[in-house]
Design a protein. Structure first.
Length: 192
C-alpha cells in the first residue's frame, strides 16, 4: 500500500533544487505539491534568512551545499546572481499551475533551475513567462497567478500548522521529513 506524499517547497531553496527529480521519478504514491512563502514561514517558525545569519552559519551553508551537490551529482551556482529573490510570484505561479492540473513538477524543477543553475530572476514576469513557454504550459496561468496572494498566505499558514519549518519538507501520514537528505526516507515511508 502506498501513501500520499505532501511536498512543501519554496522555489528559492537550494536544498530543494538539490533534491533533483528523485521524488517525481521514485515516489510510490501521489505527490501533492504545497508551495509556500518562505519569508512568512521563517518569521513564524524561527528561521533566519540567509543574509541575516552569522558568518559562521553562512560559511557552513556553502560548505554543505558543495558537499550535497557532489553527492547528488547536481551542479548549482553557490552564489547565484538573483539570490535572495522574492519567491512569492513563483510560488503563486506554482499554485495556479497545480490547481489547473498542469505540470507542477516540471515547473518546480524549472524555477529551481532558473535560480540555482541559470542565473534568472524568478521574480520577473518575463522569466516566468519564458519558463511556462519552455514547458508548454498555458501562459494565461501567469496572469491568473497574480491574484493568488490570499491563497498563498492561507497555504503558508496551513504549512506552518502542519509543522513545516523549511524547504524541502515532506509529510507522509503525519510523519515529517525535513531536507533533501531525508527524501529517501520519506519515499520509503510512503511505500509502507
Amino acid at each position: 500500500m502506498s501513501h500520499t506524499i505532501d511536498y512543501y517547497l519554496s522555489p528559492i531553496s537550494p536544498f530543494t533544487c538539490l533534491a533533483g527529480d528523485l521524488l517525481d521519478t521514485q515516489a510510490p504514491a501521489e505527490v501533492v505539491y504545497h508551495p509556500f512563502d518562505i519569508g512568512r514561514l521563517f518569521a513564524a517558525t524561527g528561521g533566519v534568512p540567509v543574509p541575516q545569519r552569522s558568518p559562521q552559519r553562512q560559511a557552513y551553508r556553502l560548505a554543505e551545499l558543495a558537499r550535497i551537490q557532489k553527492q547528488r551529482g547536481i551542479t548549482i551556482n553557490l552564489k547565484p546572481k538573483y539570490f535572495p529573490v522574492d519567491g512569492r510570484p513563483a510560488s503563486k505561479l506554482l499554485l495556479a499551475v497545480r490547481d489547473a492540473g498542469s505540470d507542477v513538477p516540471g515547473l518546480a524543477r524549472a524555477l529551481l533551475s532558473a535560480v540555482w543553475q541559470r542565473d534568472l530572476n524568478i521574480a520577473e514576469d518575463a522569466v516566468l513567462a519564458r519558463l511556462l513557454d519552455e514547458l508548454g504550459i498555458d501562459s494565461a496561468l501567469l496572469e491568473q497567478s497574480k491574484g493568488l496572494d490570499d491563497q498563498l498566505d492561507r497555504e503558508t499558514d496551513e504549512a506552518i500548522e502542519a509543522g513545516v519549518f523549511g524547504s524541502p519538507f515532506y509529510i507522509v501520514d503525519g510523519e515529517p521529513f525535513w531536507g533533501q537528505d531525508r527524501l529517501e526516507q520519506a519515499i520509503e515511508r510512503a511505500k509502507s
